[in-house]
Each structure stands twice: as structure tokens, then as C-alpha cells.
Design a binder for this molecule. Sequence first.
Ligand SMILES: [Ca+2]
Ligand SMILES: [Ca+2]
Ligand SMILES: [Ca+2]
Length: 340
Amino acid sequence: MKKPYLGGLAALQYLVLTSATFGATTNFTVTPTSSGVYDSNNTIGVPGDSAPGFPTSSIASNGFGKTDAYFTPESLFDRSVTVGEVASISYWTKKDTTHTVEAADWSLVIYTKPYAGDVSTPTWYGDRYGSEPYFSSYLIDPANTWNLWSSDGPTNQMRFFESTAGAPGATFGSYTDPSWVTFSSQNALSGQPRSAQTILFFSLQTGSAWAAGFIGQIDGMTVTLIDGSVARINFEADTVDTDGDGVPDDTDHCVASDLRQKVDVNGAQLGVTSVNNTVGDDGCTVQDHVNACAATSENHGQYVSCITNLANEMKAGGFITNAQKAEMTNSAAQSNIGKK
Ligand SMILES: [Ca+2]
Ligand SMILES: [Ca+2]
Ligand SMILES: [Ca+2]
């Protein structure tokens, strides 16, 4: 467990769309590029696929590494919150297997602030409480659909365990752990009442041990306090499109695309072709690929070869005619690119 990126937490405040007041519902939106939310972040947006009540998209683990997102009570409710004030917590996930087939899924972790008498080895938190979807009571979790994990049940009712690093008796969960109501009313492993502890973070995380290959989605976390205050966090794909090519930054492999109208393989010499400079699903234009050829070729022959391969692929994909393929390769051959 790395120490969260505390330096960026001030940025969380920008997420506050409206000031939280007594009994109010406050809505937040988090995207893969939200600042101040993530310690480690390996997510991508999933446009057009969202959990019920949290339109219009979601985010997914990118299959490469761990993600941990952190939310402070102060950012969600505009005030500090104790464990005993949390009435319920829920969030949605969607993945391609049931949890019996494969247990891995986004888990909830609650950290409390350090307190006198805490027994945690890390100094930055007091207690750490976890909940894993696969341990839930009354599991009904079909694959490839959105499943709600809720401290209230009635199905997929979250169980809670204490995993405070350094605390005697700390565990990483079991199928017999208590519900939130029971867990939060018990003493912590430190011997102090959990309900009295002040919450440092609500966190949603994947695991460093299994994040590689995991592409499960997450959306819609809701935290309800006993005074009726509700914080709803909507996980969304990015709508930021820096280069304006219609592909959002979080899925754009070329975030600063060359968007000229016609493809030019001729470098410094004037050499516009009749080939339209279209944008691929990955956010890269044909000209981006041409420019990459120019940037990576060590000599003229390599450049011509690179353009020829590109033209062949485009012709095979039905994007250009034979005549346009010849136009690209001939123009590349006539260019000075790569010549000493
Ligand atoms: Ca959403
Ligand atoms: Ca873009
Ligand atoms: Ca682009």
C-alpha cells in the first residue's frame, strides 16, 4: 500500500459542483484524467456503457496496472465524517466472469485518520477497513452485466474486514465477515470503537497482484450518512479532446494529431497527395503515421519502406485506391526525407 498522493488532494475540491448541505444529495463526476483523485491510475473510459442511474459512460481497469482512487469526506460532504455516521455505501461493477469463476474485482477500502492508540504500522492512517465483492452475502452476480455491491443488500450485501497493517488479527476478508452495521459498531483491532474514528479516505481499488489482465468496469459509488446527506460519484469516460479529432484523450494514442486535410509524404517539399487524412479509432491520423515514419527512419530507404508498408495496409483495409497507394509510395521516393 503506497501512501496516497496527498499533495493532489486539494484538487479534489474542484469536484464539488454544489456545496453539500444538511440532508442534501451532491453529485460528482470522475474521469480517468481527474486530478487529485488517484494515487496510481490505470483506467480508460468506456463510452456508452454505464451503471443504472449513472449515465452515460463508465471507466475500466486498463489491464496493465493497479488503480486506487481516493475521496475524502471533506471533498464529498464539505465536512469531516466519522465511521459511525456512515449509514450505507454502494457501488457498481461489471466484468466478464462471475466472482466464483474469478474473484478479482474493484474493492472498497476505508481509511481512518491516525488517532491516539491506533496500532497501524503506517503513520498516515489509523485503521484500514476493506470489502471485496466476492465475499458478499446473497451473491447474485451474472457476468457481463452491472452488479450493485451494497452495505444494505438485499443481494450482494458487502461484508467488512479490518486489514490495518501491523494490527494483530488483521485479515483480508472471508465469507463470514460481518455487515457494515455490525462491523462499524464493533471495536477496532486497536480496542477503540470504530464508530468514533474519523474517516480519512473512501477508496476504490484494484490489486497490484492481479491488476495485470483485469479489465473490469466501475461506476456509481454512493455514500449515505445518517443525517441523510448523500454523495454520488459518477465514473465517466473523458470528454476532454485536446487535439479536437473526436477521440477523447484517455483513448487517444496520438493526443496531438496532425489534422491537415490531405496526406503529405513529401516532407519539406510540397507534396500533398489526394489521400484524405482520416482519423482512426485509436485517435491517430494517417499523417500521424507518416510523421512517425519520418521521425523513426534512419535513412531514405527506411522512410520509403515505412510509407510503402503504410500504403499497403491502407489499401488492404480499403481506405485508398491502387492509384493513391502509388501516389504515396512515389511521393515518398521523391522526397528528401532521410537523405543526408
Ligand atoms: Ca457513469
Ligand atoms: Ca483527441
Ligand atoms: Ca489524436
